[in-house]
Design a protein around this ligand. Structure first.
Ligand SMILES: Cc1cc2nc3c(=O)[nH]c(=O)nc-3n(C[C@H](O)[C@H](O)[C@H](O)COP(=O)(O)OP(=O)(O)OC[C@H]3O[C@@H](n4cnc5c(N)ncnc54)[C@H](O)[C@@H]3O)c2cc1C
Length: 458
């Protein structure tokens, strides 16, 4: 019997198991190991005021196909929900501003998009940007912060790009490489875009083009996806099973002494670096250089009478974080789930929200109690000065090493990782070619295809 081992039962490991089951058929022995006592990794929920609530990831991008296709493949399309259409805001200068639009990854397309938000000097800088020669080496890289600060000014980075990049990568634009985080922008610069303004204009949909929802989620939260994946994979799931060794053994591999014909490593980059040390030392060394951020999410239910703003959520500008007096870790973002999702409870139910803490340069050090208190203060701030928020229930979830940092040069680092993998070993997860769930699904399907190709050639 063909035997495949998968290390990590997050969405990446489980999608790899699901894809391998489809490819290899019912006879294959697929075994998934996870150090936690549950499957799902960062896709996890908890009960907050009687409602199961996602406390890790909560949504997926619908403008790429992977999540939508997987949901359909698992027969869950009837439970696909899209947001209400309420827009997010930026918290800067102790008040709310609409998130700049039109913009791409927080990079405004026009100076008018950041009026009242960016400094006047930077608005002038944006206005003349198309007339300043743009120096870009094709194939080169720099940080997104460096690029946008040079072309549009530092206040545009701090108040428009950082909030967006922080929401996706839990890092600053200054820590994030253009090529890995915004490959479409890098491609336009490689092709000789004359200015950043021109490149952003080319990335935006044509005026009047039909708009489709950017995000989706499942009515029952990510638990629905994880349960369906576990069932469809039909794998033997080893929980509370921390893998510490991955060794070559004949034509295959041993996972803590258990033999397999092929192995998929679907764990965070620092763990993958440790596990691949013997089997793929060059890949391990490249992976060890990927920094990760720690973050925490506080999911809250508050009094339904709280005067909630019309926005779907709030992203904090750098230097203007929420609840910064209240806690060693100021809040970075707040999602007003009750505004954002139509399937949330009605008017008489508590208002539900999530407040996020932590960033690459700011690991979460505050206690759970401090985070809960800071989350309530942050909600009070966005609801209006002097609003005191009555919390009905709250849950704190911590995500150490939750997100990898895509620093400048990330793409070539990842090419080294893949080049160093011997036949029969594959990797999947957020460290490689995208941190969101759709990118993890793509990486897991690619890992499964690599394994199948290897097994077919044996
Ligand atoms: C707070 C937060 C919110 C996010 N929100 C979104 C969102 O809304 N939308 C979106 O698309 N993305 C979001 N992301 C990103 C996305 O959730 C992750 O990139 C994705 O879930 C990663 O999945 P994974 O399977 O690769 O890794 P993980 O979910 O980290 O799974 C890895 C698994 O490996 C296990 N493991 C670790 N070490 C070992 C070991 N030695 N042996 C065995 N098992 C081990 C872990 O227990 C874990 O279960 C968010 C990330 C964070 C941190």
């Amino acid at each position: 019997m063909t035997r495949v081992g998968i290390i990590g039962a997050g969405v990446s490991g489980l999608v790899a198991a699901h894809a391998l089951r489809r490819g290899l058929g019912p006879g294959a022995g697929i075994e998934v190991f996870d150090s936690a006592d549950r499957a799902g990794g960062l896709l996890h929920d908890a009960t907050v005021a009687d409602r199961r609530t996602d406390v890790g990831a909560e949504a997926f991008v619908l403008r790429r196909p992977e999540a939508r296709d997987l949901v359909a493949e698992l027969g869950l399309s009837a439970d696909l929900v899209v947001p209400t259409g309420a827009r997010p805001a930026v918290w800067a200068g102790d008040r709310l501003h609409p998130l700049p639009a039109p913009a791409w990854m927080g990079i405004p397309a026009l100076p008018q998009a950041v009026h009242g938000l960016a400094d006047d000097a930077d608005i002038t800088r944006m206005t003349v940007e198309p007339t300043r020669p743009l120096v870009w080496t094709p194939g080169g890289d720099c940080s997104l912060g460096e690029l946008v600060a040079d072309r549009f000014g530092p206040s545009v980075v701090a108040r428009s790009v950082d909030p967006m990049i922080g929401g996706v990568y839990a890092a600053l634009a200054a820590d994030t490489g253009v090529r890995a985080a915004t490959p479409a922008l890098a491609a336009l610069l490689d092709e000789g875009a004359p200015s950043l303004t021109a490149a952003i204009a080319a990335l935006l949909p044509a005026p009047g083009a039909p708009t489709t929802p950017v995000f989706g989620a499942l009515r029952g939260g990510y638990r629905q996806l994880i349960d369906a994946l576990v069932e469809s994979a039909g794998a033997r799931l080893h929980l509370s099973a921390e893998v510490s060794r991955l060794d070559p053994a004949g034509r295959g591999w041993e996972v803590d002494g258990e033999p397999f014909d092929a192995v998929v490593v679907a764990v965070p980059a620092p763990v993958a670096a440790r596990l691949l040390g013997v089997a793929a030392p060059d890949s391990a060394e490249a992976l060890a250089g990927i920094a990760t951020s720690s973050s925490a999410v506080v999911a809250l239910a508050v009094d339904p009478a709280t005067p909630m703003p019309e926005y779907s959520g709030v992203l904090a500008a750098t230097g203007g974080e929420l609840a910064r007096q209240a806690c060693a870790n100021p809040a970075k973002a707040l999602t007003l789930s009750s505004r954002k999702w139509p399937h949330y409870d009605g008017d008489a139910s508590p208002i539900r929200l999530r407040v996020s803490f932590g960033r690459l340069d700011e690991p979460v050090v505050a206690t759970d109690e401090e985070l809960r208190a800071a989350a309530a203060v942050a909600m009070g701030q966005v609801c209006g000065t002097g609003v005191s928020v009555t919390v009905v229930d709250s849950v704190v979830a911590r995500w150490p090493q939750g997100l990898p940092c895509y620093a400048p040069g990330h793409e070539s680092r990842i090419a080294t990782v893949f080049a160093g993998l011997p036949p029969g070993l594959a990797v999947a997860g957020s460290a490689y070619r995208g941190v969101g769930v759709p990118a993890c699904i793509a990486s897991a399907r690619a890992a499964a295809a690599t394994v199948e190709g290897h097994l077919a050639a044996l």
